[in-house]
Design a protein around this ligand. Structure first.
Ligand SMILES: [Zn+2]
Length: 86
């Protein structure tokens, strides 16, 4: 782990589920956007996650929140479960 002030990929991925839910503070969203601007890895992860979630939403009969179960499954599919802290 480096000691610079930039959030690491792992820190960032821990915040991802809140980020895609739009539940993060503006400040943290900006941190994530700044990081992904320079990190292809995280940008791909976020893009994939967003697309997948919008597909889930589009295929739902009526607009619904994504359940925790579905989201866990999604993170598992994307091999992000190690980053899920809750
Ligand atoms: Zn990264």
């Amino acid at each position: 782990m480096s000691e610079n002030e930039q959030p690491t990929c792992q820190t960032l991925l821990c915040l991802l589920s809140d980020y895609v839910d739009g539940e993060l503070s503006e400040e943290l969203c900006r941190e994530i956007e700044r990081h992904t601007a320079g990190c292809d890895n995280c940008r791909v992860v976020i893009d994939t996650l967003r697309k997948t979630i919008s597909l889930y939403r589009a295929s739902a009969a009526e607009p619904a929140e994504i359940s925790t179960e579905t989201r866990d499954h999604l993170f598992k599919t994307l091999n992000l479960e190690d980053y899920m802290q809750h």
